[in-house]
Design a binder for this molecule. Structure first.
Ligand code: XMP
Length: 512
């Protein structure tokens, strides 16, 4: 059994971020329920323990508490935020209950670098989010760092290898936070840096096989990064026990279906079923122009088609999904998170309940960049691994107003030109998204000796890091000129090309 760093989860949304930082240091870690008995941790060869943050007060009636014996295992412990309060509470310090939370940036002054802060500058910006506060150190501890509001922002007990930090080293807003975690892992716990993407894959394969046994798994392949990587990983684990279903909803980009067939059937030899449901989708969408209504129809039709194809396959026990950790957070943070709304459109989440399928989600703990690394290691090409996001409802929300086969054809052809130019200029991988939008507006033009009365295509190219905000990309004029003249010359039905120069907010990335 590999040497493990145990992350005890006290309910913080940041627990997975801690695990992710540990992976970044190439150290193997596992997240455990906060109440995991110390004996189990010992049996699992734990080399160090990290106590996560958590939303509760240590004094709350139902506050999550660890097995006190974890402090007697003889392995180092790092308490983060709530984890420090627990150390205060369990190791005979004093913790003051506070109703107000300290939230936001602070400046950490390192008083004694020791092992935790080795190699770091004396002052660092750190990010706080805590309620309770340590007011007296447990015996054996010393303060090694202070902030404006706390003389005990960082504490250590060198003898036992116990460390506590009030702020969150795992978040991006804490300067050199990963170095602090690395120092704890390597300098304090003596952990080995031998956990790589290949190890993740090997481990995931074992887990998939253990879960699935001889059962059959079905996976809806969209061609996007997440479902593609999930398919490649599942296929490596269980081969022909996996069946992928690709639904052609008629709202795909040019040649997309052929690319998917080529890659998964011919290259990976995956059992891929392509269902051509384009006529059904178009029929149901006929005359519908309201964006949310379109999305609902597309979502429902997808589920119906997918469900039918499962039935035709025979007995299936499992549903494979490319759920990533950010999706997990989004699906638990209810209400005001627009990202969670976005996900609902494309979610096949209703399926397992009705069809009694068990979920297999091998990417559930990973973040997008990690999934990309896994995809590359599995041999997926760059065009798949680094593909731009594409909305579930596809071109359905890029044809403004009601959708017809003719309009889709025009949009597809224009989009293919843009895609080609973005690829050959190298801009495709530099921007967040680049696509065309079909405007059902006819404008006058001249073509040769004739007057024309044709549609308008809008070009939308944006930069973003998370799709929550975005700015339009200032493509070189020469490139814009080429895109525009190629579209107006090569795509029948388009008389004019316009450029969208709106940022998000107030505009959104998509037009519908
Ligand atoms: P907006 O247009 O809201 O888009 O700025 C933000 C990101 O979400 C994508 N998007 C969708 N993805 N189903 C999806 O799966 C949808 O209905 C949907 N609408 C927007 C959009 O492409 C961008 O990346």
């Amino acid at each position: 059994m590999p040497q493990t760093i145990a992350v005890l989860d006290f309910g913080s949304q940041l627990t997975q971020v801690i695990a992710r930082r540990i992976r970044e240091c190439q150290v193997y870690s596992k997240i455990y329920h906060y109440s995991t008995p110390a004996a189990r941790l010992r049996a699992e060869n734990v080399a160090g323990i990290i106590l996560s943050g958590g939303p509760q007060s240590v004094y709350a009636r139902k506050a999550p508490h660890p097995d006190p014996a974890i402090f007697e295992l003889g392995v180092p412990v790092l308490g983060i935020c709530y984890g420090v309060q627990l150390m205060g509470r369990f190791l005979a310090g004093e913790v003051e209950h506070s109703k107000a939370r300290e939230y936001g940036h602070g400046v950490l002054t390192i008083r004694k670098p020791g092992k935790l802060f080795a190699g770091l500058p004396k002052k660092l910006r750190v990010w706080n989010s805590h309620g309770d506060k340590l007011t007296r150190l447990p015996p054996g501890f010393h303060a090694i760092g202070t902030t404006e509001n706390s003389p005990y922002a960082a504490i250590e007990d060198v003898q036992r290898g116990f460390y506590g930090i009030q702020f969150h080293p795992e978040v991006f807003h804490t300067e050199r936070g990963v170095d602090m975690i690395r120092n704890f892992l390597l300098g304090v716990c003596g952990a080995k840096q031998d956990w790589t993407t290949r190890d993740f894959i090997a481990h995931a394969i074992e887990k998939i096989r253990a879960q699935v046994g001889q059962g059959r798994v079905i996976l809806g392949l969209s061609g996007g990064v997440d479902s593609s990587v999930a398919a490649a990983l599942l296929h490596k684990a269980i081969g022909r026990q996996l069946t992928c279903v690709f639904v052609d909803n008629g709202l795909l980009r040019k040649d997309e279906r052929a690319h998917v067939e080529q890659l998964y059937q011919r290259h990976f030899h995956i059992d891929l079923r392509v269902v051509d449901a384009s006529a059904l989708f178009l029929r149901r969408l006929k005359g519908v122009s309201e964006p949310e209504k379109k999305r609902k129809i597309i979502g429902r039709t997808f589920v119906a088609v997918f469900e039918k194809s499962i039935k035709s396959i025979g007995h299936v026990e499992f549903l494979g999904q490319g759920t990533l950790y950010p999706d997990v957070i989004e699906s638990v943070s209810i209400g005001n998170n627009p990202a969670s709304l976005i996900k609902t459109h494309h979610n096949v989440g209703g399926l397992p309940k009705r069809m009694k399928l068990k979920l297999v989600e091998p990417l559930r703990e990973l973040f997008k960049d990690e999934v990309r690394r896994v995809g590359s290691a599995l041999g997926l090409p760059r065009e798949v691994v680094w593909r731009q996001p594409f909305p579930g409802p596809g071109l359905g929300v890029r044809v403004m107003g009601d959708i017809t086969a003719d309009k889709l054809e025009i949009l597809r052809n224009a989009d293919a030109v843009l895609h080609h130019e973005m690829m050959t200029s190298g801009y495709y991988y530099k921007v967040w998204q680049s696509f065309c939008v079909f405007l059902p507006v006819r404008t006058v033009g001249v073509f040769g000796d004739e007057r024309t009365y044709d549609y308008v295509i809008a070009i939308r190219v944006v930069e973003s890091t998370d799709a929550m905000t975005a700015d339009w990309t200032k493509l070189p004029h020469a490139l814009l000129q080429r895109i525009s003249s190629r579209i107006t010359n090569e795509v029948r039905g388009v008389g004019r090309v316009v450029l969208d120069i709106s940022s998000k907010p107030p505009a959104t990335i998509e037009w519908e």
